[in-house]
Design a protein around this ligand. Structure first.
Ligand SMILES: Nc1ncnc2c1ncn2[C@@H]1O[C@H](COP(=O)(O)OP(=O)(O)OP(=O)(O)O)[C@@H](O)[C@H]1O
Length: 263
């Protein structure tokens, strides 16, 4: 099977990098279709750069980035994204925030006006899936941080992306809310069959959610360890209290400790 995301021997230097040092060097990573991959690594190792390269917001100086069989040469339309800060527009209702990508991404853009009811029904279906049934007419500032993050997951999925990129999406939440959202994410992945790349500092989060974990070295970032996660699905939060889970998190911690030094 051909990988869905194939980052091959990529080196990327930002035009404004003061020291001229690459953000990532000889970066190699393959993610299969439908897989849930997590990227972990020390601060500043290039995790967000990897996300930008995979979605065509930056282009590599060397190497290739292939998504869904095509070399990335422009922003990737089949991707959806969610970030640590939900960045909802305060003057739009939650529902209208969720519909926003449809105003930009074709073929939805041309269809939106005539098929509005169909899209609203879809947004409401997503809201129900993330536990926000009937909350679409609230403004973002009327929602808690966790609720806003749920809504931003709906916004990332409304155009049925084949690739979902999550950059620290639960980082700003308290640990209970975070664990609730892990379960939301687990269920969305099972229901939508989307390929997911999650960037996180949280090793428990990576171990609970993903099928495969990539550890990055300190800058210039490259993959120094790749680990399959074999816990059967569907996974329950109870697994996070098992010795096997603790052993995996411990192993990942070891890779990160080494990675902080290995450039
Ligand atoms: N636009 C830019 N111009 C110049 N340098 C940049 C730019 N964006 C990122 N960098 C540098 O590239 C390196 C990697 O940054 P990146 O944001 O990808 O790391 P990260 O692993 O996501 O960081 P963190 O874990 O702290 O969020 C850093 O040293 C950063 O300062």
């Amino acid at each position: 099977m051909k990988p869905f995301v194939d980052i091959h021997d990529v080196t990327h230097v930002y035009a404004r990098a003061e020291d001229g040092l690459p953000a990532v060097r000889n970066l190699n990573l393959k993610v299969n279709e439908g897989e849930f991959a997590a990227i972990v690594g020390p601060s500043g190792c290039g995790k967000s750069t990897l996300m930008k390269l995979a979605t065509g917001l930056q282009f590599p100086r060397e190497g290739t980035v292939i998504v869904d069989g095509k070399e990335v040469g422009a922003p990737v339309k089949l991707a959806g994204m969610a970030f640590q800060n939900p960045t909802m527009l305060p003057w739009r209702t939650t529902l209208d925030n969720i519909l926003l990508p449809l105003e930009i991404v074709e073929p939805h853009r041309s269809r939106l006006r005539r098929h509005k009811a169909e899209y609203v029904a879809k947004a409401e279906g997503l809201l129900a899936q993330v536990g926000l049934k009937g909350q679409g007419d609230k403004f973002p500032w009327q929602l808690s941080g966790g609720m806003q993050q749920r809504a931003s997951l709906c916004r990332a999925l409304i155009h049925e992306p084949k690739l979902l990129m999550l950059d620290e999406p639960f980082g700003a939440l308290d640990s209970f809310t975070r664990e609730e959202l892990w379960c939301v994410m687990r269920d969305l992945h099972a229901a939508q069959k989307v390929t997911i790349i999650l960037v996180t500092h949280d090793l428990r989060e990576a171990a609970f959610l993903s099928d495969r974990i990539f550890c990055m070295s300190a800058r210039p970032g490259r993959i120094v360890a790749e680990r399959e996660v074999e816990f059967p699905r569907p996974r329950d939060l109870e697994i996070t209290y098992t010795p096997e889970f603790a052993a995996l998190v411990h192993e990942l911690r070891g890779h990160i400790a080494q990675a902080r030094n290995a450039a």
